[in-house]
Design a protein around this ligand. Sequence first.
Ligand code: AMP
Length: 299
Amino acid sequence: MSLVIVGTFNLDTIETPRERRERIVGGSGTYCCLAASFFTTPRIVGVVGEDFPKDTLELFNTRGIDTEGLLVKPGKTFFWEGRYEDDPNKRTTVATEVNILKGFRPQLPEHYRDADILFLANIDPDLQEDILAQVKSPRLVAMDTMNYWIQTRSESLLNVLEKVNVFFANDEEVRMLTGELNLITAGKRLLEKGPKLVVIKKGEHGVLLLSKDFVFAMPAYPSETVVDPTGAGDSFGGGFLGHLDRAYSYTEGGIRRAAVYGSVMASFTIEEFGIDRLRSLSSDEIESRFAEFQKLVSF
Ligand code: AMP
């Protein structure tokens, strides 16, 4: 069992209607690997500058995450600033500074190349393609993206999409990519492009899984504590693929359970700013929320 995750390891400034936090740790790779680390021992690929907090690198190590593929280089870490409106599903990007990621062309450490599962988390689609070419024969390849790449690099993104088995996207991104308003129609269009499974994340409205053989819909956890929605999607991906890696089997039942674990991890992440809730989380809390989800959808 082995899960390789390529993503961004960032500093974020986040503004919600209640609070503003400057330069806290974030990034698609960060949320994803921390969430996955409750299920398996992920190997991560990315780059950070010398301003990336040392205690987060230590946290990765104590959580058993393999950081050999995470380079620390002189320079500034990728920076992103986002602002949420009263509706936590609505987010505006205020600023993006690529910094250390400019010109980054990752080389996978030798022992990463035999990964069973490769997760191309949200990052430049050309980097996703580069990494994909370096992994020998993965059993499952998944990718995520965001509106920024759909708007600026859709051709590169569609090239990667053809080669993956699982595509994660949120409702807005799926509509943007296909031009279809209806999510089922949009999901079917995406299935025609290559992936066997399309996972449409709908924020507080849950998640929709579409494949040629089945459709599965899950509500989100009915949470009253939404402090910072950042990283919910990436935590979902980490929980989903972490569970599949641990189960080592990708049956329909396993995929449905993976969607529940993904939803569990997303529901914890949004309870505190940045990665704070993932720092304090325990496996017992994860299992008891999984059981709550079972009750929630039983009828
Ligand atoms: P999520 O809320 O799951 O969509 O992910 C939010 C994370 O995406 C934040 O921590 C940001 O640092 C990161 N992010 C923002 N812009 C980009 C980008 N262009 N490429 C990759 N990651 C980004």
